[in-house]
Design a protein around this ligand. Structure first.
Ligand SMILES: NC(=O)c1ccc[n+]([C@@H]2O[C@H](COP(=O)([O-])OP(=O)(O)OC[C@H]3O[C@@H](n4cnc5c(N)ncnc54)[C@H](O)[C@@H]3O)[C@@H](O)[C@H]2O)c1
Length: 252
């Protein structure tokens, strides 16, 4: 078991990449805090893990709210005794269109849910992780590395996560805590479906796929296995890294 004896928090664990990672972490021996804003989605993930013989507890949390994030960390340490792995993964795509037409509230929400959440998660987790010399993994995006024609605020939030990951890796290294991020490319989840929109969805997904050098979309498990590597001792010399999992899209 690659995560035997570890305790992990996964945010955005009710769907897509977070659900796949929660299941994988549990299969590899971790006890998992399934954290999501949507209670029913989180419950489904907990049930999947329990059905497969794993251990999981639920935390209903809006990752953009300081008091709720603090409570999530407390739920973990109180019920499972410690915290080894924090996967800051929850994210939203926000509204699309030209930046100059974007409402200020929409901008704030994307930055708060995607970027401020990483600050809050780390702020409240790190005091506990100093004891476990744990691993923090942040979900950025290929759109943190290149521009987005449809969603500049999303792109900015993900670029911010990459920069924050590097700085935090430097600040945490003396404590033996590692901090890395993953940049997924287009991955088959509800977020991607919302990203391309309702109209002519199948055609747009075919277009997206054609642009990917490996000629397929990512699967949530593709990202989950990257997170598993970064969570495990196998990556014990890896910190401040940006692991791109995008089928080659940003290699051009
Ligand atoms: N799917 C892709 O193509 C893709 C590509 C690059 C990066 N990402 C990133 O991967 C991460 C996971 O996305 P996904 O594709 O699995 O999306 P998803 O929509 O399937 O899952 C996201 C989960 O986050 C939860 N969530 C949303 N806002 C929250 C909040 N404020 N507090 C707590 N939970 C909240 C949702 O309820 C949902 O369960 C996101 O950070 C996303 O930006 C996805």
């Amino acid at each position: 078991m690659r995560l035997g004896g570890k305790v992990a928090i996964v945010t955005g664990a009710g769907s897509g990449i977070g659900r796949a990672t929660s299941n994988l972490f549990a299969r590899e021996g971790a006890k998992v805090v399934v954290a999501d804003i949507e209670q029913s989605l989180g419950r489904e993930t907990v049930e999947e893990i329990s059905k497969n013989g794993g251990t999981a507890i639920q935390a209903v949390v809006d990752v953009s709210k300081a008091d709720e994030v603090r409570t999530m960390i407390k739920t973990c340490t109180t019920n499972l005794g410690k915290l080894d792995v924090l996967f800051n993964n929850a994210g939203i795509e926000g509204s699309g269109g030209s930046l100059w037409k974007m409402k200020e509230d929409d901008w704030n929400r994307v930055i708060d849910v995607n970027l401020k959440s990483v600050f809050l998660g780390c702020k409240y987790a790190i005091p506990h992780m100093k004891k476990t010399k744990g691993s923090i993994i942040n979900t950025a995006s290929e759109l943190g590395l290149v521009g987005s024609t449809s969603r500049p605020a999303y792109s900015a939030s993900k670029g911010g996560i990459i920069a924050l990951t590097r700085s935090l890796a430097l600040q945490c290294a003396p404590y033996g805590i590692r901090v890395n991020c993953i940049c997924p490319g287009a991955t088959e989840t509800p977020l991607l479906i919302r990203f391309v929109g309702e109209r002519q969805r199948q055609r747009k997904l075919r277009e997206v796929t054609r642009e990917i050098p490996l000629r397929r979309l990512g699967k949530p498990t593709d990202i989950a296995y990257a997170a598993l590597y970064l969570a495990s001792e196998e990556s014990s010399f890896v910190t401040g890294s940006v692991l791109v999992v995008d089928g080659g899209s940003t290699a051009r």
